[in-house]
Design a protein around this ligand. Sequence first.
Ligand code: AMP
Length: 240
Amino acid sequence: MSASGTEVASGRETGKNTVPGPVLLLGAPGVGKGTQAKELVKLWGVPQISTGDLLRANVAQGTPLGRAAKEIMERGDLVPDSLVDDMVAVRLGQPDTARGYILDGFPRTLVQASWLDSRVAAQTGALAVVAVDIYLNYNELLRRITGRRNCPVCQAIYNVYANPPQREGFCDVEGAALIQRADDTEQVFEERMRAYQELTAPVVEHYREQGRFAEVDGNRPIAAITAGIVAAVDLLRRAA
Ligand code: AMP
């Protein structure tokens, strides 16, 4: 425990006083970043910042950003860096990010990564970014993407194969009819994977080279992956 009464992220003592700092969840579409981010939010009490969720909210609300992003997202391509960086800057400026945050789906290009690195480095007293890459093979990613269903009310994520709701087609928490994202089709998945290989795989290498990087196997039960991430962040923070 530090003098300020808080703990650096710890697999053993993790809780609402934990200070995980900025944690990046990296990995291909469908690997389970959103599911894991939600588990970490429950454990650490820091916000999940999902650029995909923020962009979808903008699309739903018909904002200028949403109108610019809609077609790009439907194709499975990446929204321009400057638009996404500005959106993330606004979110990071909110006070709930003080103890840290879980970035899910950002950065997705080297330009975004260097923007984030400079932003965090410029903040006095901020912990450095730690990155955790979740990996999974192509066929399993495809199965996860095509089986994914979302609750439109509470954003809970299900999978018809691996993590089905109790009543088929309906959210366990809200009872709402589950929806399938427009880009969670096999065809769009291929384009999203192409964008991932070309633009996001170098981001994984960027953080690997910087240290403060860990990999976890995504082909395990949800709780085992969460435990792997928590242990990795704990180790990386202690080594810093
Ligand atoms: P996701 O929910 O993370 O799978 O993101 C869905 C879509 O939103 C992606 O396929 C992109 O079109 C867009 N998107 C999300 N995050 C980013 C980002 N960091 N940079 C560019 N586009 C993004």
